[in-house]
Structure formats: structure tokens, C-alpha cells
Design a binder for this molecule. Structure first.
Ligand code: C2E
Ligand code: MG
Ligand code: MG
Length: 557
């Protein structure tokens, strides 16, 4: 039979030129591109089957793509060709003649082979693009979309002016390391993958979830799915052993952002979500938080504070205020705590506003040493002026833990001003976890051996463990004001706890002071409990240095 060579040449040209314009072989235009060539070669069907080869299972049929079909075909007489893709998948191409068509002759078979090669080459090119996409936009471990994909997709939604219909969410598995420990890393990864796949099932095509890193994810979904998403992320059981029906309960910390329609960049979404999840995880210690105007204001202030801090240190805008510590037996001033006040543009900023921000960026370490230096300078001056001097305690943030030179650095400052060590006390808050306890012990012992005392600040507000008190040689326990019953509060339990706390400290030879003492009833309770040291507004607020110096002068009189 044969075919018309000229027609074939034209059809082949047409096929190649047309295909060049098609971005992807799985495209309705492929049918049009192949039409002339298939007619010349009496082809009724061109298709490919995909098999997933996962390495540990048999090849799984994953799907079929039909590139061309024109009437009934005869699959028994197909010309077949197989190819492995770079991801280890198998593709089986089949070209079949029409049912009623006679067999192909040799020449036709040759041309069909050429057609197949062209098809493979073409598919190779589009697949290469997919591979590149995969490397760029997929995370290699879970095969999930990554952050680059999130940015690209979010920006696309923004440019289509549809972002106002979306909410964003960033989430992090809680206690994932514990799950890994309990069921092993491999199963842990499976749980992670499954948790995300089930999350994906809640989403439609235009919604997405991407992996930021480890067990951190970010998602964009329609606002009307908020409840669905929140319910799922609050906690879901994930089966990791089908046979035995074993499952773990996965919960998350999440930050949400109801994106306004005027949002103009993906970076803003990411930033707001970061703030919201941080608020949930680290500040409020809740399952989730929404980004709102209050948080926005917080960011602005935070940025302002961070940006102004170096200049403020240089210009000495931070002032040391001294809050007296009082001996209840004779109401004498026996010590003071140095507290920081920031004088900014004629206003006083309280530490509660800037310390948490400085703690995030380690700038707090600079401030603490600035405070220590200024306290030592004041004490040196008082000594030189022949004034009565009392021990001053300086707050050191937990952020310092892990700084191996901390002890040496403290001593260097104290000795630079030749301040006798008995005049300095270092206040440290309890650590939230066991992490750093070893370092804390080394530091506290080191200071003690140098004659510098240390105190546990805000005792009872954190995760105080009795071991922390027993294992570390503290000099002073500062009992937090939350242990004091206030006037409206006739809390017997609080009184009992308070008494026991004081007795415990005394049994362990640790000095006890109560902060936040505001009224006579509280002083009575202190005395009844044999605690004779107090600090609080009842006596004095934190005082500017000149005011405090007047108090020092009264000691002698
Ligand atoms: P803190 O170390 O527990 O300091 C005691 C806080 O309680 C001070 O607040 C003090 O003004 C307040 N206070 C004292 N007496 C009373 C009272 O009778 N009633 C009430 N309601 N409050 C009282 P302030 O000065 O606002 O400082 C807050 C926190 O900021 C401090 O708590 C400390 O953790 C931190 N801080 C202050 N200065 C520094 C510093 O130089 N370095 C570091 N790392 N933290 C500092
Ligand atoms: Mg303190
Ligand atoms: Mg305190």
C-alpha cells in the first residue's frame, strides 16, 4: 500500500512545528498537532501509560494520557515503546492502527518509529521542565511544594486581585520530636507526610500548602474554609500502622492571617504569619493566634526599638532606677534592685515594652552589661564620696545562658570599677526547661566562689522545679508577687503556700525576699511567715539615682 511521501513530509513538518508551540504534551492541542501525521500513517490512537516505580512495591499503574484518538483502534497490533523517566517512573507509549486498517508495511513502521522518537524527544523536553520545576519548587524529602512555590503562587493570586478571598496559615507540629522518639523517625516521617496529605485533601486546586522546613508549613486557603482548617490543625489522629490500627494524635501551633484585598506582596503575608505563630507559640503559649492590628502595632514598635537601640545605648538614654529592699525588723534600707528605664523623646518607656523585643535579638545582652556597668560606676562613686553603700542586684536575661565567657565578663566589669564583690547580686529568672541548667550551675557556683551573690527572680512564676533550687547554690529566692494575697483576695491557699515556701527556703539556707509588697496586710503575712525582707511600692517605687542617693544618706542619720 505505502503512503504518499510528500504528504508525509508535510505532515511531519507540521507536527514538529506545531508541537514546538505546545508547552506540555498532555494538552488538548496535541491532538491537532498530530492529526495530519496520524492520518498519513493510518494511526487511530497514540497514548502513554505511566507507572510509578517506588522501589519497594510493584510498578503501580498511575494513569494514562491519550494524545490522539480517531475512531476505533486495534490495540493488539500496537507498536509499543517503553521509557524510564529520571524520577524512576516508567512510561509505556502505544501507537495503534485503526480497527479496519490493514497492517503497516516496513516503510510505515520505520516512519512510525521516527514519530515515536520525536514524541519521546519532545516529551523529554517538557519533562525536563517538570524536573527543573520539581527541583525549584518541591522539597526533596516529602516531595511537597516549598517556600519558593508559595511565594510564586501567592504573588500570582495577588496579581489576579483575588487575595482578599484567602486566609493564610503557618503551622508547626507540636512535640514532633517526642512523636519521633516514641514511634521512631521513619514512622514519624510517615506521620508527617500523612498529616499533610490529609490537610491537602481539605484544599482545592487554587489553595496550597507548602513546607517551609522540618515540621513548619505554610498554607493559603479560602476564608470560608477557616473552621475546617482550624479544626484539623487543632488536633487530628494519624494512623501510622494500618495493620494494628496504631495512631498518634498530632497537634499544631498555628498563626492565621485573614488577608485583606489590598495586600500587595507575598512577603507581607509571610511576615504577618510569622508574627502570629510566634505570638501563639512563644508569647501567649496558645494553640493559635490571629494576626491583627494590635500585633501590627507591636511589629512597628519592635522595629522602632531595635533600630533605635544602638543609638540609645550610645547616648545613654537608658537610666538605672533603684528600688529599695527593706529589712522588716527595723525598716532599714538594706539593698536595691537596679531596674532599667528608657528616656526616649521626653517620655519614659517601661522595660515591659522593650525588654521582650531586645530578648529576641540578643540586644538584651548589651543592655544588661550597660546596666551592670552603670551600677558599678554609681557604687564606685558612692564609695569614693564616702556614702553608705548597699548591695545592688542587677537583672541578667536568660538569653545570656550559653555564653561561655559570661562569668569572666561580669567579673571584668565589676573589677574594672574595683567594686567589692559583696555589693553586687545577679538576678536570674528560672529557665523554662532543663536546657542550660548545667551552665546555670557553673555560673552561679562561679559567682558564689567570687563572693558575688545570685538570686532566683520571679520564683514561682515559671516552671520552677525544686531540683533547680536544690542543685544550684543560690543565695536568695525572690518570691514573686503573685504569691501574695491582695486585699480583695482572702485566699487561704495562697497564704499556706507562701508560708511553706518561705520555710522551705530557710531550711535550705537560702535567703528569702518578697517583691511587689503593696500593703500592710502583706507585710503582716511576711512577718508571720518569718520572712523579713521586702521590696515593693508600699515602701518605694523604683527611684531615679538622685532620689535613691537621698535614701542612702538617711541610712547614717
Ligand atoms: P523584675 O526583675 O521582677 O522587677 C520587679 C518589677 O516589679 C519591676 O518592674 C518593679 O517596678 C515592679 N514592682 C516593684 N514593686 C512593685 C509593687 O509593689 N507592685 C507592682 N505591681 N509592681 C512592683 P519593672 O521595673 O517594670 O521591670 C519589669 C521587668 O523588666 C523586671 O522584672 C525585669 O524582669 C525586667 N527588667 C528591668 N530592668 C531590666 C534589666 O536591666 N535587664 C533585664 N534583663 N531585665 C530587666
Ligand atoms: Mg528582678
Ligand atoms: Mg522579679
Amino acid at each position: 500500500m505505502g503512503f504518499n511521501v510528500e504528504e508525509y513530509a508535510q505532515a511531519l513538518d507540521k507536527f514538529i512545528i506545531y508541537m514546538e508551540k505546545i508547552p506540555d504534551i498532555i494538552n488538548p492541542d496535541t491532538q491537532v498537532a498530530m492529526d495530519s501525521l496520524c492520518r498519513v500513517l493510518r494511526i487511530a490512537r497514540v497514548e502513554a501509560d505511566f507507572y510509578e516505580n517506588l522501589g519497594y512495591e510493584e510498578d503501580k499503574w498511575a494513569g494514562r494520557a491519550v494524545f490522539y484518538h480517531n475512531g476505533e483502534c486495534d490495540p493488539k497490533r500496537s507498536i509499543v515503546c517503553e521509557e524510564w523517566t529520571e524520577e524512576g517512573n516508567l512510561m509505556r507509549y502505544a501507537i495503534s492502527p485503526g480497527q479496519e486498517e490493514p497492517d503497516w508495511d516496513e516503510t510505515e513502521r520505520e516512519k512510525i518509529q521516527v514519530f515515536l522518537k520525536a514524541l519521546l524527544t519532545f516529551n523529554g523536553r517538557t519533562r525536563m521542565q517538570q524536573v527543573v520545576q520539581r527541583l525549584n519548587f518541591r522539597d526533596q524529602e516529602l516531595g511537597m511544594y516549598n517556600m519558593a512555590w508559595f511565594m510564586k503562587s501567592a504573588n500570582q493570586i495577588i496579581s489576579q486581585r483575588e487575595i482578599g478571598q484567602y486566609a493564610g496559615c503557618q503551622f508547626n507540629m507540636r512535640h514532633f520530636s517526642v512523636i519521633n522518639q516514641q514511634i521512631g523517625r521513619e514512622r514519624g516521617s510517615r506521620v508527617l507526610g500523612k498529616f499533610i496529605r490529609q490537610f491537602q485533601e481539605l484544599l482545592s486546586d487554587k489553595e496550597l500548602v507548602c513546607r517551609i522546613s522540618g515540621d513548619n508549613f505554610i498554607s493559603l486557603f479560602r476564608k470560608n474554609k477557616l473552621n475546617l482548617v482550624m479544626n484539623y490543625l487543632r488536633g487530628s489522629g494519624i494512623v501510622y500502622d494500618e495493620k494494628e490500627g496504631k495512631r498518634v494524635w498530632v497537634t499544631t501551633n498555628a498563626g492565621y492571617y485573614m488577608i485583606p484585598s489590598n495586600c500587595d506582596s507575598a512577603a507581607t503575608i509571610v511576615e504577618c504569619l510569622g508574627v502570629a505563630i510566634n505570638m501563639a507559640r512563644n508569647v501567649r503559649k496558645t494553640d493559635y493566634a490571629f494576626f491583627d492590628a494590635e500585633l501590627m502595632q507591636g511589629i512597628r514598635i519592635g522595629k522602632m526599638i531595635e533600630a533605635n537601640m544602638p543609638e540609645a545605648l550610645e547616648k545613654e538614654e537608658f537610666h538605672v532606677y533603684y528600688q529599695p529592699k527593706i529589712q522588716l525588723k527595723d525598716y532599714h534600707l538594706v539593698g536595691a534592685e537596679a531596674l532599667c528605664r528608657w528616656f526616649r523623646n521626653g517620655k519614659v518607656v517601661a522595660p515591659g515594652e522593650f525588654i521582650p523585643i531586645l530578648e529576641k535579638s540578643k540586644l538584651i545582652c548589651k543592655l544588661d552589661f550597660y546596666m551592670l556597668e552603670h551600677v558599678c560606676r554609681d557604687i564606685r562613686r558612692w564609695l569614693d564620696e564616702g556614702k553608705e553603700v548597699v548591695k545592688v542586684s542587677v537583672n541578667l536575661s536568660r538569653v545570656h545562658m550559653g555564653d561561655m565567657d559570661l562569668l569572666d565578663n561580669i567579673l571584668a566589669v565589676v573589677d574594672k570599677y574595683q567594686v567589692p564583690h559583696e555589693y553586687i547580686e545577679i538576678e536570674l529568672t528560672e529557665t523554662g526547661t532543663d536546657v542550660g541548667v548545667e551552665h546555670l550551675r557553673t555560673l552561679v557556683s562561679g559567682l558564689r566562689s567570687q563572693g558575688i551573690s545570685t538570686s532566683v527572680d520571679d520564683f514561682g512564676t515559671g516552671y520552677s522545679s525544686m531540683n533547680l533550687i536544690r542543685e544550684i547554690p543560690w543565695n536568695v529566692l525572690k518570691i514573686d508577687k503573685s504569691f501574695l494575697p491582695d486585699k480583695s483576695d482572702d485566699d487561704r491557699q495562697k497564704r499556706v503556700m507562701f508560708r511553706h515556701l518561705v520555710a522551705l527556703a530557710q531550711d535550705m539556707d537560702i535567703e528569702c525576699i518578697v517583691e511587689g509588697v503593696e500593703n500592710v496586710d502583706q507585710i503582716k503575712l511576711l512577718k508571720e511567715s518569718s520572712c523579713y525582707l521586702a521590696q515593693g511600692f508600699y515602701f518605694d517605687r523604683p527611684l531615679a539615682v538622685t532620689e535613691f542617693e537621698k535614701k542612702l544618706a538617711e541610712i547614717r542619720s
